[in-house]
Design a binder for this molecule. Structure first.
Ligand code: FES
Ligand code: FES
Length: 180
């Protein structure tokens, strides 16, 4: 705190401006395609770069602090909250977003089951939930109710009450079992 009655000059080191980092250029491999990020602040999150620089809005931005799961995606096959990953740290990674899991013409079985069971309301949480359910059922094809609830516990949905989401997961499991 500055003492107004202190006649000594201010410490010059405290007056120096904080240097602003230079923008960086790098490449990201997203959904099997290489994307140039020509000029970005090195501290930007992967979520921010995907949405605001690469025009890939599938991963949603709700909390930006790893609490809601709406930004979930795969980084080298591992489910992560992309708001908590630096984009510049993901330059050597295989990034897979909801846009790379299916499409308008070709839904994944998880996407189809969410639609069929009415598990989608406003839809904001859905890309994160779909990604999380794919991750769970790839690791644990016969996941029981407790495992499903545990897996999706990091994905906050304020609309559905989760009943139909749980139903959708059961539907995927039965359809996969029947297709064997
Ligand atoms: S926006 Fe990343 S966890 Fe909420
Ligand atoms: S469907 Fe609206 S937040 Fe989940």
């Amino acid at each position: 705190m500055t003492d107004a009655n202190d006649p000594s000059p201010p410490d010059p080191s405290l007056e120096e401006p904080v240097p602003v980092p230079e923008p960086e250029a790098y490449e990201l491999d997203v959904n099997g395609r290489s994307h140039s990020v020509p000029s970005a602040w090195i501290g930007e999150s992967l979520l921010y770069v995907l949405r605001e620089r690469l025009g890939l809005p599938g991963a949603k931005n709700a909390c930006e602090q790893g609490e809601c799961g709406s930004c979930s995606l795969f980084l080298d096959g591992v489910l992560v909250n992309s708001c908590c990953v630096l984009a510049a740290d993901a330059t050597d990674a295989d990034i897979r977003t909801i846009e790379g899991l299916g499409g308008e013409e070709e839904l994944t079985d998880v996407q189809q089951a969410f639609l069929d069971t009415g598990a989608v309301q406003c839809g904001f949480c859905i890309p994160g939930l779909i990604t999380t359910v794919h991750d769970l059922l790839d690791r644990e094809p016969a996941a029981d109710d407790l495992q499903v609830r545990e897996a999706i516990s990091g994905n906050l949905c304020r609309c559905t009450g989760y009943g139909r989401i749980l139903q959708a997961v059961e539907e995927v499991k039965s359809r996969r079992e029947a297709a064997r």
